[in-house]
Design a protein around this ligand. Structure first.
Ligand code: SF4
Length: 244
């Protein structure tokens, strides 16, 4: 598989946007059900085989210039406002959105968006001071088990970064989400939680499944162990409701 171009041809005053959509209920984690607008940015530094957002990075299947065209900060903010940013939270996701935090357009977008901004990240890059201050909540999803099978551990598990996010979690500003396929992967998550000193009540375990039936089958197999470990259990409300 070809590696994705991280910065490539995106001008400084633009960010690559795969989609802006909403208002929809946030489907996962501690803010499940919150009215949300989603901004999905292109490119990722990982290659998770079960990724449901391959249009953001998989150059072996997609032309990223087409799937993630560069858009100005003004275009992105206007689009977000048309899709519910003013009435709920705005979730910036990807891909890996923190790849772009050095760009002027990033600062412009985060400054101009109304209300609370949440960010979904794979936990390999720490937010800079501006991002950490502007973002209300980080949803951190380190890749383990089947999710992590596309990259070596040293690329997807960065202890110093996870330690930084664990500190944000202790301050009530981040939560961790592990997507797991079986009980062995729950144990892998538990080990990382221990090593990174992540508070248990800030951990959500989400069954791997791209449809309701698979999610339910995997969930039934792990729920007892997840509760026994003192973790939280995450649904995928958008699958259940059949919305984005
Ligand atoms: S980190 Fe997220 S966006 Fe990137 S490949 Fe993995 S699942 Fe997909």
């Amino acid at each position: 598989m070809k590696k994705p171009q991280i910065a490539g041809t995106v001008p400084e005053d633009r960010l690559p946007v795969q989609e802006v959509f909403g208002p929809v209920p946030q489907g996962e984690g501690p803010y499940t059900g919150r009215c949300a607008c989603f901004i999905r940015l292109g490119r990722c530094n990982l290659h998770c085989p079960p990724c449901d957002s391959k249009r953001t990075w998989d150059v072996s299947r997609y032309d990223l210039a087409v799937t993630c065209p560069p858009r100005t900060a003004q275009e992105i903010v206007e689009s977000a406002e048309e899709h519910g940013a003013e009435s709920g939270i705005t979730v910036i996701t990807g891909g890996e959105p923190l790849l772009w935090q050095g760009k002027p357009a990033w600062r412009q977008v985060l400054t101009a968006l109304p209300g609370d901004i949440h960010m979904e990240t794979n936990g390999t890059i720490l937010p800079n001071a501006f991002t950490a201050e502007r973002v209300t909540h980080f949803s951190v999803s380190p890749k383990i088990g089947r999710m992590g099978a596309g990259d070596p551990a040293k690329r997807r598990i960065r202890p110093e970064v996870l330690g930084g996010f664990a500190e944000l979690a202790r301050a009530g500003r981040a939560a961790f989400k592990f997507v797991v396929a079986d009980t062995g992967e729950v144990e892998e998550a538990a080990q990382l939680v221990r090593e990174s000193r992540i508070p248990h009540d800030k951990v959500w375990i989400m069954p791997l499944g791209a449809d309701d039936a698979t999610w339910t089958a995997v969930g039934r197999g792990i729920v007892e162990q997840v509760m026994g470990r003192g973790f939280n259990f995450s649904g995928r409300l958008h699958l259940t409701l059949g919305v984005r």
